[in-house]
Design a protein around this ligand. Sequence first.
Ligand SMILES: C[S@@+](CC[C@H](N)C(=O)[O-])C[C@H]1O[C@@H](n2cnc3c(N)ncnc32)[C@H](O)[C@@H]1O
Length: 264
Amino acid sequence: MSNKEKRALEFYHHLIKNQKGNAWKHSPCEIGKVDRFARRLNEESIKDFRRNGLIFNPKQPSLLHILKYLSVLITSFKFKFSEVDDVLVGNPYYYNLLGNKVTDDSIKAYFLKKYIEREIPNVDSVLEIGGGFGALRERLNVGFYAIVDLPEILPLTFYYSEKVGKDTTCIAPWELPGLDKNFDLFINVMSFQHMTKKNLDYYFSEIKRLKPKHLFILNRNHKRDPTDVKMDDYPIPKEYQLIKSDKYPFSNHLIRIYRYQNQG
Ligand SMILES: C[S@@+](CC[C@H](N)C(=O)[O-])C[C@H]1O[C@@H](n2cnc3c(N)ncnc32)[C@H](O)[C@@H]1O
């Protein structure tokens, strides 16, 4: 076992032993991850986590699907093909296009990077809740990046960021109230949509306390599972003003950007 796999496994056992509180706890649609992850995690499976069903069951997307996604990038931004290259940590399915290894994750993370850079100025510190293994983190070049995620994902964030050499502060959900830092940007991508009202109240009370300058929120505005909360019903603190609303071009999700208004 290399040191990186070993450290990620140790981190997982540390998280499981030290869990506290329940306001952040897995919603019914996330609970299946708990046992499945514990059963499958080992020094070999972590190396292939983007292919072997450790966290989800990935399918090889069709080439047509990938080309359709790439056409969104071409029409939205000035983009260089080489910037969509995926580092392949976690061994995902990919297509080799013009010498670049292109994945569903790499296209979407690149879109978000370009979109955020275009719409939100001067971002040097980011707090992302539900950041997954860190695909977006890898692409955003900022001085400080913190990710909060469930104990069944955070070891992968830790592992991935070490492998790609992007310094990332991995914060367990129950540790968030101990964080004291100014952030330029808060991000949540397709994660609040999996949470209960109790989870959202917990995380939004932390956002209210930390006062990041902007919020970038991309989620469903409809319920899929009974405990889901629509985007329209998120408890956005009153200090935040909506400054941009957009459709996400790859699926039926909305992008909303809010700016902190100093209340004096
Ligand atoms: C669909 S994935 C999206 C991951 C990443 N943002 C992306 O777009 O690829 C949803 C993420 O939200 C996280 N999540 C769900 N419930 C959570 C909770 N209560 N607290 C923290 N993270 C949570 C999941 O573990 C997962 O990483």
